[in-house]
Design a protein around this ligand. Structure first.
Ligand SMILES: [Zn+2]
Length: 120
């Protein structure tokens, strides 16, 4: 049994939301790069329905997904309030930049439901 098989509904939701933030950022900032549908071994593709990313963003989301799957905290705290800071060097700053950028756009679009999941 892989970690992904044990992912809770909440973890899947977090991973889906993170994917949406990264996809919005990638679409705007990396418009000229080739993109591919994001998948993660062992996780149902439906989690990231319609999410296409460039290589760099795909790596970032893979890292974030892996970290969410192994998060030992239940319930998971906001990452900014957590004492573990599990993201690897460089990733944390990049994910924060993505969340800031996409969070602002989602507020402008009235996607307040997404902001409730604003974690990073
Ligand atoms: Zn990208």
């Amino acid at each position: 049994m892989s970690l992904a098989d044990k992912a809770t509904a909440k973890a899947l939701k977090d991973m889906s939301v993170l994917g949406r933030f990264v996809a919005l950022y990638c679409r705007d900032k990396h418009a000229d790069r080739p993109k591919a549908r994001f998948t993660y071994k062992g996780v149902d593709d439906k989690v990231w329905r319609g999410i296409e990313l460039c290589d760099e963003c795909s790596k970032m989301l893979t890292h974030g997904t892996a970290k969410r799957l192994i998060c030992p905290k239940e319930p998971k705290p906001y990452c900014k309030d957590c004492d573990i800071h599990c993201y690897g060097p460089g990733y944390r700053e990049r994910v924060r930049e993505v969340m800031r950028y996409s969070g602002r756009k989602m507020i402008m679009r009235g996607r307040i439901d997404m902001i409730y999941h604003y974690y990073f």
